[in-house]
Design a protein around this ligand. Sequence first.
Ligand code: FAD
Length: 283
Amino acid sequence: MTNDVVVIGGGVSGLAGALALARARRSVLVVDAGEPRNAPAAHTHGYLTRDGIPPRELLKIGRLEVRGYGAQVVDGTVTAVKRLPDGRFRVALADGTEHEARRVLVATGLDDVLPDVPGLSERWGRDVVHCPYCFGWDLRDQPLGVLATGPRAVEVALMWRQWSPDIVLFQHTQPPVDDKRLEARGITVVAGEVVSIEVTNDRLSGVRLRSGEVIARRAIVVEPQFEPRRSLVDGDDTSGIWFAGNADDVKAGLMQSAALGVTAAVAINADLTEEDTALALQR
Ligand SMILES: Cc1cc2nc3c(=O)[nH]c(=O)nc-3n(C[C@H](O)[C@H](O)[C@H](O)COP(=O)(O)OP(=O)(O)OC[C@H]3O[C@@H](n4cnc5c(N)ncnc54)[C@H](O)[C@@H]3O)c2cc1C
């Protein structure tokens, strides 16, 4: 059987898209590898009516809602998407199964590539963080560090100042920072490369500089490189393929990602309706 839509990825964007499509009476298969981007965090914040819920719990509820309208959600990893001569798609999974679809919604999220500092990745999503709207409230008034990794470091430090009066900007391997806005907002700049993260009793307690000096901090802000997971369908011809969530917009939080999923679903349904009408005319 050919599905109307295969959704690759069952995070909030894929599931929100699948919900809209299933309610539009489309046959939908969601294939999900089960590793949402925010999984390292204990809680989800800012998702209206579900603030504070653990990330996987949110998706568990989402799967139930989607299945309630007849959509299938399976655990698995899509390894290839092939366009068939008649315009449909064949989607291959790592377990060897294949599924056909008239349209594909790619909601695979993104990879956060962290700076190469020992200890950072182990604390990611706990006390090494990037998003003030996700973590800022819980870290309010704490001694925080911002690790400079690129030209946005000053803006990031100024932004986090909204959540804490004690911000240190670590120059790390970046050129010296000279910006009077930092002093005006009481933000200290510390020169020297950060060589490791200090952890005490399973809590980040500071950062160690190459000089050996340790500067006490409760959490570190980093800006990862965002790499959208689009390689499955990279190529010139993306007709019939839609993107949603972080695969479409790296800046999208959970609410925005869910909205992007719905927006894509509405466009897919309109596209299928047009095709259904053209086929009916031909008959
Ligand atoms: C540590 C951390 C904490 C965060 N906390 C918050 C927060 O509190 N509030 C907030 O608004 N935002 C938060 N975010 C951002 C939030 O995680 C993203 O906005 C959201 O996850 C994007 O949803 P998505 O559906 O696009 O992708 P994801 O949630 O990443 O879901 C993508 C899904 O696709 C699956 N997948 C990928 N490739 C394949 C494949 N080939 N085959 C099958 N399945 C595949 C993945 O396993 C995953 O389950 C946080 C981000 C991080 C890094």
